[in-house]
Ligand binder design. Structure first.
Ligand SMILES: [Zn+2]
Length: 201
């Protein structure tokens, strides 16, 4: 499944609803009119995470004989064009190898509210205690995923301030001279070069 960069950058809450709010995207023609530009200063767009379709706040979208405002329009668009978001995400999880076929089917049944006895029968999974055991394992997986997500977001933050500076391409020898952070690099550039390294030497 070829998903956009935006999908993977999106917050968990955005992925759950299938769209994100973009505060920058505005209709070019509208923002060129000064009176409208200020009115649109806080203009938002709702962008489908699956296909990138954009719905601008302040515009009414007709769909199947109904007029929708932007946020309702992106929701209607997802339902009409992409079907169930749950099924879509299940497909993403399965194709990325995140879950097994059995886990995928269990999640589908849990989502539909099927009771354990029925699930056991449907999947040939023996007794209800086997199904309960699967549920427990999936919960454990959820906890692991949460901690992993938190760890990765902390690593991401680190990259901004104190990330180690990459070794430049022509480097022949890589040693501790290269172990300095982005912050230190900035200080060095500031100290030795005028105009933050942009000016002439
Ligand atoms: Zn879409």
């Amino acid at each position: 499944m070829d998903l956009s960069k935006k999908f993977w950058e999106a917050d968990l809450s955005d992925i759950r609803r299938g769209y994100y709010i973009d505060v920058q995207k505005q209709t070019q023609s509208l923002s060129q009119v000064p009176a409208l530009a200020s009115a649109l200063a806080s203009a938002k767009s709702y962008v489908c995470l699956i296909c990138g379709a954009v719905f601008e706040k302040g515009i009414i979208y007709p769909m199947e004989g109904v007029l929708y405002e932007a946020e309702r329009a992106v929701q209607a668009h997802i339902a009409a064009e992409h079907g169930s978001l749950f099924e879509y995400l299940l497909g993403v999880a399965a194709s990325s190898g995140g879950i097994t076929e059995l886990q995928s089917e269990l999640l589908r049944q849990f989502h539909q509210g099927t009771d354990d006895a029925e699930i056991a029968k449907l999947l040939g999974q023996g007794s209800t205690s086997t199904v309960r055991n699967h549920r427990f394992k999936l919960r454990e997986k959820e906890k692991q995923a949460k901690v992993y997500l938190a760890l990765m977001s902390l690593v991401g933050k680190q990259e901004g301030a104190d990330a180690l500076v990459g070794v430049h391409r022509g480097a022949k020898m890589v040693d501790e001279r290269y172990v300095f952070t982005e912050k230190e690099k900035e200080q060095i550039i500031h100290k030795y070069f005028e105009d933050n390294g942009q000016g002439p030497l």
